[in-house]
Design a protein around this ligand. Structure first.
Ligand code: 3IO
Length: 354
């Protein structure tokens, strides 16, 4: 009789212990019953990744590539849920949204908050960056060397740039007289460049450009020309003027607490991907610009206008004060402005040789 009681008590105690353990396990909200068949779903680290433009555009293409690589290299230990098109965070809320944890990861264009990202926006000056691949590497070096304090509250997962910006417009731009007073969309340093050429620059993120073009608020835009295809701007803008002037810098940032909580092996995978993703995106961008130009010419009857060497020299001369202006502002902000510009020029020269 006594033995039976002991056995019964043990069974009850073990059952209670088992139920208790199950409950205290941090089950994720959406762990559906179907999940339990796979590797323990509670072990999977789920991360949200916000992006501002639509899915077919390059910031989202690189996001999907990063997701695929992370999930593969962590053997499914990390699952990344992507949110393109501003469905989780919009263009200008990206940095603060990641800092506050509304998204775990976010992709942002630094031109949309030029004063906030002063150091890295130096890469957007008209310094002759010839491609996205060179720009991306120069930007990453700039970030690594100066470790700007504006990124102190996040973990930077990668950086990259667009290919050089050109003018896409409804009416042809062949001379400075043609661009004078034309309403053109750009952001950050690119907007300052349009101003120097006499255009009427209209500032807004790329994600607002389709509507502005459609409604006639602007007559064109100044950015890398893969957007002719990805946003179908070629349907409205029948001219590209090749100025090959400057790039737009981007950053992918992660919530610091989420980063700190990652296991070491996962951190290692993310670290491995920083430079790799920077190069991959630069190469993807450069190839995609070429595809977009070919498609625009063949399918949309777009004319590509090349400026004569003489004309180009006149345009470039107007931009010399832009670098001086940035140096003035950066100095006022207490930054080693000349060193930053010199370092950038040196890395552009180095990476251009490879
Ligand atoms: C860009 C931003 C979002 C999607 C595609 C894009 N191609 C070039 C840019 C650069 C940019 O942010 C801008 O405002 O021109």
């Amino acid at each position: 009789m006594k033995k039976q009681w002991i056995v019964l008590t043990l069974v009850v105690a073990l059952t209670l212990l088992y139920v208790g353990c199950k409950k205290s396990q941090p089950q994720s909200e959406n762990a559906a019953p179907a999940d339990s068949a796979k590797t323990q779903s509670s072990d999977v680290i789920k991360l949200t990744y916000a992006n501002f433009p639509p899915a077919p555009t390059f910031p989202c293409v690189q996001m999907e590539r990063w997701k695929t690589e992370v999930e593969k290299r962590t053997n499914g230990k990390v699952a990344v849920q992507t949110f393109p098109g501003g469905s989780l965070l919009d263009a200008k809320e990206m940095m603060d949204g990641v800092i506050s944890g509304q998204a775990d990861i976010g992709c942002l264009c630094m031109a949309y908050q030029p004063g906030r990202f002063m150091v890295t926006n130096a890469a957007a000056l008209p310094l002759g960056i010839p491609s996205a691949k060179v720009g991306s590497q120069a930007l990453w070096d700039l970030y690594s060397k100066y470790q700007p304090k504006e990124f102190a509250e996040v973990k930077v997962l990668t950086m990259f740039t667009t290919a050089p910006a050109n003018i896409m417009s409804k009416k042809p731009v062949r001379t400075l007289a043609d661009i004078k007073g034309m309403d053109l969309r750009a952001s950050g340093e690119a907007a300052q460049i349009l101003k120097a050429w006499g255009a009427n620059q209209v500032g807004m993120p790329m994600s607002s450009a389709p509507e502005a073009l459609q409604k006639g608020v602007v007559q064109g835009l100044f950015s890398s020309v893969e957007v002719m295809k990805d946003f179908k701007f070629a349907e409205l803008c029948k001219y590209i003027t090749m100025t090959e002037t400057n790039i737009y810098p981007f950053a992918v940032v992660m919530n610091q607490k989420k980063w700190d909580a990652l296991p070491e092996d996962v951190k290692k995978v993310f670290e491995e991907l920083t430079v790799e993703q920077c190069l991959w995106t630069g190469e993807y961008m450069d190839n995609h610009v070429q595809e977009s130009i070919n498609w625009s010419k063949a399918e949309q009857k777009v004319e590509v206008i090349e400026l004569s060497a003489e004309e180009k020299a006149t345009w470039n001369a107007l931009l010399e004060p832009n670098v001086d202006e940035w140096i003035k502002q950066a100095k006022a902000a207490g930054l080693p402005a000349e060193d930053i510009v010199d370092d950038l020029k040196a890395s552009i020269a180095t990476f251009s040789q490879n």
